[in-house]
Design a protein around this ligand. Structure first.
Ligand code: IMP
Length: 194
């Protein structure tokens, strides 16, 4: 089976992307290449960071490389934490507590937010494509739900449930990652034929 290197150690992202790929490609993670130094995510955009990671992995491994850079942009915080979503606080639980505290005085109608996801696919011959996906919602007053990962328990969809109250299949249909993946799917399936 053709191999694809997925340049992330984030278990939640990996689980979701593996499910979306439905076994079409053999996915290997960065742990298979311990000599590749950690990529510093210092670009000012999700797409910039995803491309940076995918380029490093494609060049170092000689395999097609897929990278995901994603995060949460909150309108009342002028788009923060945005590209800094992972570094906003040390753990998922601490990030949720900090975000709810920052928004404590913000009423429901001004708690609008969106998840953004950039996926970049880079081949060792230099071919590259990057796509984006968006998911609109608002920050809940308190965390709800056990599924998903990261900020999912405090991200409320227009239908009323939080992202963490959706099944994996439901999340894949509406999420920023699911949207981005749908755009990249033809290029990923082409890898099977390459
Ligand atoms: P990075 O893309 O690895 O820099 O980190 C993205 C940050 O956004 C992490 O804190 C993730 O937990 C969070 N994040 C990305 N995608 C999702 C998602 O689908 N649900 C919840 N949080 C997410």
């Amino acid at each position: 089976m053709k191999k694809l290197v997925f340049a992330t150690t984030n278990a939640g992202k990996r689980f979701e992307l593996m499910a979306l790929l439905e076994g079409a490609l053999e996915v290997v993670g960065p742990e298979a290449f311990p000599d590749i130094p950690e990529v510093v995510e210092d670009a000012e955009s999700f797409a910039g960071n995803a491309l940076k990671k995918a380029r490093v992995f494609a060049e170092a491994t000689g395999l097609p490389a897929l990278a995901d850079d994603s995060g949460l942009c909150v309108d009342a915080l002028d788009g923060r934490p945005g590209v800094h979503s992972a570094r906003y606080a040390p753990t998922d639980a601490a990030r949720i507590i900090k975000l709810l505290a920052e928004l404590q005085a913000v009423p429901r109608e001004r708690r609008t937010a969106r998840f953004k996801c950039a996926l970049a696919l880079v081949k060792p011959d230099g071919w590259e494509r990057s796509v984006q996906g968006l998911c609109e919602g608002r920050i809940a007053i308190a965390a709800r739900g056990q599924n998903g990962f990261g900020y999912d328990p405090i991200f409320e969809l227009p239908e009323g449930r939080t992202m963490a109250e959706l099944t994996r299949e439901e999340k894949a249909k509406v999420s920023h990652r699911g949207q981005a993946f749908a755009r990249l799917r033809p290029a990923l399936l082409d890898l099977v034929k390459d």
